[in-house]
Write a protein that binds this ligand. Structure first.
Ligand code: NAD
Length: 307
């Protein structure tokens, strides 16, 4: 297969000064994309600013013959989202790819999590996603082309200790992606979620000595494909961890239909309600919402007790 390239494409990558985002920016630029390298350069918790990480990545891209510009605006504000997307339009005249990857972490047990830390994490991951998607989406729809990649986490899919803020934000990303996929479908705007894992500074404090090779370079190709014209999926989630790329998806058990229920009926049928055999999926795009309702109404109409 010939190399999948991005010549003529313009990409915005948030949080591209370090870690995973840096790897995505370098990969896309090395394949011909013009890249807005956005990063506030703050600490792991999101405090502080440093222009150098984004500037260093831009220098690296240019030294290799690529095209990139620095953006140090924060994704946490409406004005920041506007300026980040504006950097693509002002410098390169278009926008084809948006990868929202910026992230921060503030850990504490749920019982002690401060309201400030809850908001500070939602502001970067989730509201940040809305700020850049909200600005990029109309541009992409009017161009009849767009590729959006939003970043979730196994913390968003499965939860974890001490990260209620992060888990909420990363689960919320999936909801935003589904809507962008549904509303973008008529305009060839595809939106998918990456569920990455790599040893970056986010792994600070963890014992990674027994981990298999887990560099950001093992994640970037999955994001590259989701960002490419060839990407054939939308409203989906790809996992990339330690060399394993997989699809994560939401499924439902067939369930149990009865014309009426009591609490005791639910207890009696709990095993069958929860039985995953024959599970069904309702992919978000084009109309998982309606498929879900049709399936459920179908059981009621047919009076079948088990799907
Ligand atoms: P990282 O800390 O190395 O990089 C994140 C970058 O985002 C930093 O350079 C930071 O300055 C930037 N950033 C933070 N707040 C910002 C803001 N308001 N505006 C613009 N930029 C901002 O972390 P990473 O491991 O590369 O993580 C990248 C993404 O992947 C994050 O969304 C993270 O939650 C997600 N993720 C990472 C892992 C992992 O194993 N590393 C696992 C699951 C999800």
């Amino acid at each position: 297969m010939p190399d999948l390239r991005f010549d003529g494409r313009v990409a915005v990558v948030t949080g591209a000064g370090r870690g995973l985002g840096r790897e995505y920016a370098l990969l896309l630029a090395s394949r011909g994309a013009k890249v807005v390298v956005n990063d506030v350069g703050g600490g792991l918790g999101g405090d502080g600013r440093d222009d150098r990480p984004a500037a260093d990545v831009v220098r690296e891209i240019r030294a290799a013959g690529g095209h990139a510009v620095v953006s140090t605006d924060s994704v946490t504000t409406v004005a920041g989202g506007r300026a980040i997307i504006g950097a693509a339009l002002d410098n390169f005249g278009r926008l084809d790819i948006l990868i929202h990857n910026a992230g921060n972490v503030r850990r504490s047990p749920l019982a002690q999590m401060s309201y400030h830390d809850f908001d500070a994490v939602l502001d970067v991951h989730l509201r940040g996603a809305f700020h850049v998607v909200r600005e990029a989406f109309p541009q992409m729809c009017s161009n009849d082309y767009g590729r959006i990649v939003l970043t979730s986490s196994i913390g968003g899919l499965y939860g974890n200790h001490d990260v209620a803020n992060y888990g909420v934000a990363k689960a919320g990303i999936i909801g935003l992606s589904n809507v962008a996929a549904i509303e973008g479908a008529p305009s060839n705007v595809k939106c998918n979620v990456i569920v990455p894992a790599a040893v970056t500074r986010m792994a600070e404090g963890l014992d990674t000595s027994a981990y298999p090779p887990m560099g950001a370079d093992l994640v970037a190709p999955a994001v590259g494909w989701l960002a490419h014209e060839h990407c054939s999926i939308t409203g989906e989630m790809l996992v990339a961890i330690a060399g394993r790329i997989a699809r994560a998806y939401i499924a439902e058990t067939p369930g149990v239909y009865r014309p009426s229920w009591t609490i005791e009926d639910v207890e009696t049928h709990a095993a069958q309600i929860r039985d995953t055999a024959g599970s069904v999926m309702f992919p978000a795009a084009p109309d998982g919402h309606a498929e879900h309702i049709r399936y459920s109404f179908g059981m009621a109409a047919r009076g079948v007790t088990h799907g």
